[in-house]
Design a protein around this ligand. Structure first.
Ligand code: HC1
Ligand code: SF4
Length: 574
């Protein structure tokens, strides 16, 4: 341990701690901009400078390690002046249209300006024009808002090992983009949106599809059906200043109804179908010597990564469509038939924590035999929040609504899909019972829970050992796949989610500042809310969902059967 003084307060912290973190331990906040703990610790922006006794110049506290007897001052005139000047220079190259900026309520730069007491921008550059790149289906970049903090490039490289964005040119011309300034749609971006949630300003945002939803809602010829993803119910509240991990399922349903959707169904219901189909597929592969390990196919960012980097492993992917796509397919087949509506008159809207879902809805192999795409518009949690605000709905005043029952009833198994390991646990709850033929106790598979990047477990089933792995973040997927390919890792069933921690930390989720993301485990808080909901649910296994049982009986036939295959499966080909 090392003892030092910060603003004359003695602090004892482990060796290797940075001054910025040691200060936090002493209850002192040092402002920062480029710092994102564990991801971007480069001391580049120099907002976090402090005075260290004996040091000639100010030091960047986010990278400066503590030492025994060190004396630090974080709030001197010299420090304050330096931070202000640095920020003014950053602002001199930042297009300030705060009033109309997509980030206006969540901009870390704006907050920093207020915190540092910038009351006039001395070097404002009114000549700056928007520099928009919007070639990809999920993202808009405006480099006139970029502060070159490198947080986006760090997450793309470190979390995802995709690394398609980085600094181009030098000096004053430096800007973030793809190599040779190609469009994002031309490179191997997986549409995960992790760069968006890492960005402190309006330089990166999701492509806003809310206008399309409003148009559908205003079109009397259209029957508009909506379904939110599992994790949206435990994150949407953050957009309305509720604590991280608040479950707002009932209010979310009421808000969707007030927005004017004709039916409010639940993608959780479709997730139960995914488990039935995926579980059946896994059991068949084990029995018949099919391709193993079988790998889940819910996460479109992961699918894209697999296609780009491991095309030889495409046969390992489950042929199941994702729950989002199964949801749309069931609405435009089963529901359309029951309700007597032409599927071509139905508009299916999904609310997802994920920007890659915007890309998934456009993929051709998803097209149904009736010519329809299963989902027409996919919006993120953030876009739904904006719609609620624009409609003047006071979210915290809403009553607790209930999903429409036809495709709205779900189980605890489907709720936990939103956390890394959840799909695996949900599948095991069904697979184990089918294999053993008896009721399973306990129901929880704790080995695949938690926020570690790679989790593994071995289960002994009658006549067969099953080795499973759940990994999240494409960096971890790569580690697992390389091990599988070189023969050092052996699994039968793998769950991959592109975003670290799973969908609860998706690129479409509510924005949280680096200050929160660095020092609060937002993934764990959001996941805990899903596990609490699972525990409280009367039905916790997908195969016991009565709606699902009725749909198989009346309409689909056997899980894995002909009709189920036609509607709920697809093949990814290189
Ligand atoms: Fe997910 Fe899924 S859990 S991929 O994480 O399988 O996005 O929440 O909707 O489709 O159900 C996301 C979440 C989501 C799908 C489901
Ligand atoms: Fe990288 Fe994901 Fe952003 Fe694409 S969306 S640039 S893969 S972080």
């Amino acid at each position: 341990m090392v003892t030092l003084k910060i603003n004359d307060i003695p602090v004892t912290v482990p060796e290797g701690t940075t001054v910025l973190e040691a200060a936090r331990n002493a209850g002192i906040k040092i402002p920062s901009l480029c710092f994102l703990k564990g991801v971007n610790e480069i001391g580049a922006c120099r907002i976090c400078v402090v005075e260290v006794k004996g040091a000639k110049s100010l030091v960047a506290s986010c990278v400066y390690p503590v030492s025994e007897g060190m004396e630090v001052q974080t709030n001197t005139e010299r420090v304050r002046h330096s931070r202000q000047l640095t920020l003014e220079l950053i602002l001199s190259n930042h297009r300030m249209d705060c009033l109309t900026c997509a980030r206006n309520a969540h901009c870390e730069l704006r907050e920093l300006a207020a915190e540092l007491g910038i009351d006039a921008v001395r070097y404002a550059n009114d000549e700056l024009l928007p520099r928009i790149e919007d070639s990809a289906p999920h993202l808009v970049r405006d480099n006139s808002k970029c502060v070159l903090c490198r947080r986006c490039t760090a997450v793309c490289r470190k979390y995802q090992e995709v690394g398609v964005i980085g600094p181009n040119d030098r000096g004053f011309s430096t800007h973030i983009g793809c190599a040779f300034d190609r469009d994002l749609s031309e490179v191997d971006c997986v549409s995960c949106g992790q760069c968006i949630v890492a960005c402190p300003t309006g330089a990166l945002s999701e492509k806003d599809d809310t206008a399309k939803v409003w148009a559908a809602l205003n079109d009397p010829a259209k029957h508009v059906v909506v379904g939110p993803a599992p994790s949206v119910r435990v994150t949407l509240g953050e957009c309305f200043k509720m604590p991280i991990g608040t479950n707002v399922e009932g209010k979310m349903v009421s808000a969707l109804r007030r927005l004017g959707f004709d039916k409010v169904f639940d993608v959780d219901n479709a997730a139960d179908f995914t488990i039935m189909e995926e579980g059946t597929e896994f059991l068949a592969r084990m029995k018949e010597g099919g391709v193993l390990p079988m790998i889940t196919s819910c996460s479109p960012g992961w699918i894209r990564y697999c296609e780009q980097h491991y095309p030889d492993l495409l046969p390992n992917l489950s042929t199941c469509k994702s729950p989002q796509q199964m949801f749309g397919a069931l609405v435009k087949s089963y529901y359309a038939e029951k309700a007597g509506i032409d599927p071509k008159d139905i508009v299916v809207v999904s609310v997802m924590p994920c920007t890659a879902k915007k890309y998934e809805v456009q993929r051709e192999e998803q097209r149904m035999a009736n010519g329809c795409m299963p989902v027409d518009i996919s919006i993120t949690t953030r876009e739904l929040a904006r719609m609620i605000q624009r409609a003047g709905i006071l979210f915290d005043h809403l009553p607790e609504g209930q999903f429409d029952p036809m495709l709205g009833l779900s189980t605890g198994a489907s709720v936990i899909f939103g956390a890394s390991g959840g799909v695996m646990e949900a599948a095991l709850r069904t697979v184990v019972e089918v294999v053993t033929g008896g009721e399973m106790k306990p129901l929880e598979f704790h080995e695949v829970r938690g926020m570690e990047g790679i989790k593994e477990a071995v289960y002994e089933l009658p006549g067969r050992t099953v080795r499973v792995c759940a990994a999240s973040g494409l960096h971890n997927a790569k580690t697992v796949l390389d091990g599988v390919k070189n023969g050092t890792l052996h699994y039968d069933f793998i769950e991959f989610m592109a975003c670290p921690g799973g969908c609860i930390n998706g690129g479409g989720q509510p924005l949280q500042s680096a200050e929160v993301r660095s020092f609060t485990d937002i993934k764990a808080l959001r996941a805990a809310a899903l596990y609490r909901q699972d525990e409280a649910m009367p039905i916790r296994k997908s195969h016991e969902n009565p709606v699902l049982q009725a749909v198989y009986q009346d309409y689909l036939g056997e899980p894995g059967g002909h009709r189920a295959h036609e509607l709920l499966h697809c093949t990814y080909v290189p």
